[in-house]
Design a protein around this ligand. Sequence first.
Ligand code: ITT
Length: 196
Amino acid sequence: MDRPIWIFATNNNHKLEEARSILAPFAQIVSLKEIGFFEEVEETANTFHENALLKANAVFDFAGKPCFADDSGLCVNALLGAPGIFSARYANPTGPTDHLANNQKLLKALQNETDRTAYFITVIAAVGFSEEPLYFKGEVHGKIAHTLKGVQGFGYDPLFVPDGYEQTFAELGETVKNQISHRAHALQALKQAILH
Ligand code: ITT
């Protein structure tokens, strides 16, 4: 049977690669570039759910085909959930995402903290699969390291040590990350709901 075509409404190529590697056996994941969508959708809402829906709706309005978006971030307990929905814009609220500056700002914010527990969260909004939007959530819990370690992945991966491991996501690499990450859990839930 032919795999269904699902558009992934993201401008983040790392997210795209992760989704393709997790969902490839079940669905063809089409990028925004492939459908000719080059707008930057403003994330103006206050929740992961609403921001994911903004991105998914904008692309669904353009393409009219089933699509999903992922809004995600890192929530640090000692920082009362920050950077949270502002994870991409943590060090540079109005300009482009600077992952190194984000990681450095996080290390500074935690320099006097003993509680370094944190979790990544992904909320997927899927539009065009049924009458109403569908939502899928995934989390992975762990700790923030004291220095950046590893070169794989993106964003806060060089600082995030998932529970049960001694290395960061950036050291562990995609095979491990794609089995246990927030995004992996949310994508598996999407797959289960749509394809059973
Ligand atoms: P799109 O909105 O185009 O999908 P984005 O990178 O701007 O791409 P978000 O608005 O969801 O995505 O912001 C996610 C930020 O959260 C991202 O820039 C990282 O700082 C962090 N983040 C999310 N998932 C991550 C992961 O798997 N590993 C490391 N950092 C992650």
